[in-house]
Design a protein around this ligand. Structure first.
Ligand code: ACM
Length: 267
């Protein structure tokens, strides 16, 4: 199958421009699955929860998700994208998975980064779901989730072959860390970062881009700097079903969970 990501600098608050620009870039590459950045339609630096509320959309029937579905339908494609989600009074930093038949799944970011803690609600349910989209089994996580190895481990243990990773990367460590995450779980990962600077918090945030696609052997198949681009690569998702890192070592079967009880104790 062919997987793609779209990297660009969203304009804060200009939802229709951002969705159009992202889809225009996606239009330039053919793929079965496209990944777009975190909060790609709204932008990132909300000044308050009240402001976030004016941009947050219900995932079912919201403008951004509907635009993605309308785009995917004639292409028989799937897309994963970061959206500001409103669910009643709750506001989540979410990722959606959509396909030609509509919304397939929603993931709400488990690990908020810096001021996201004040803006978004914290999900309290296990949303690490794996979706079979025919071409592959996929799971979602969002940006800073990368620093918590538990997220990709759980998704991989549940059968994900490809981790879809909408991002708005700020720290420079993620691209290297994702190589290890892919290697230790023997999965693919598609990280879609964004570029540009936002300065609405009295503290400018520059987003580093660094979108990439990594395979289960930890090889970087594609990586961008801070370009505005959509790019795609052919992968075979079934490679992620082979969990052997040497002929004698299966990274799942060789775990000694009886030694890991500390992992379940809160700090
Ligand atoms: C981030 O999680 N947006 C850095």
């Amino acid at each position: 199958m062919r997987v793609a990501f779209v990297q660009f600098p969203p304009t804060f608050g200009d939802v229709s421009r951002n969705v159009s620009r992202a889809l225009e870039l996606a239009e330039g590459v053919e793929a079965e699955l496209y990944v777009f950045p975190e909060l790609f339609a709204s932008g990132y630096q909300f000044q308050s929860r009240d402001e976030l509320k004016t941009f947050a959309e219900p995932v079912a029937g919201g403008f951004t998700v509907d635009s993605l579905v309308t785009w995917c339908r004639p292409r028989a494609a799937f897309a994963c994208a970061g959206v500001a989600e409103a669910d009643g009074d709750a506001l989540y930093n979410s990722a959606v998975l959509v396909g030609p038949d509509g919304l397939r799944g929603v993931y709400r970011k488990a690990h908020p980064f810096r001021r996201e803690k004040e803006l978004f609600d914290q999900p309290d349910e296990d949303l690490f779901e794996v979706y079979d989209i025919g071409y592959a089994r996929v799971g979602m996580m969002i940006c800073f989730d990368w620093v918590f190895p538990e997220v990709m481990r759980i998704l991989a243990l549940r059968g994900a072959q490809i981790i879809l990773h909408p991002a708005a990367l700020v720290l420079p460590y993620c691209p290297a860390a994702m190589v290890t995450r892919c290697l230790e779980n023997r999965v693919f990962a598609v990280t879609a970062g964004r570029t540009g600077t936002e300065d609405r918090w009295g503290e400018a945030t520059t987003f580093v881009g660094c979108s990439q696609i990594v395979n289960p052997r930890g090889e970087v198949l594609l990586r961008l700097d801070d370009d505005e681009a959509a790019v795609a690569v052919d992968i075979n998702p079934a490679e992620a079903d082979d969990k052997f890192v040497t002929p004698e070592n299966d990274v799942f079967a060789d775990r000694h969970v009886e030694l890991y009880s500390e992992l379940l104790r809160p700090k």
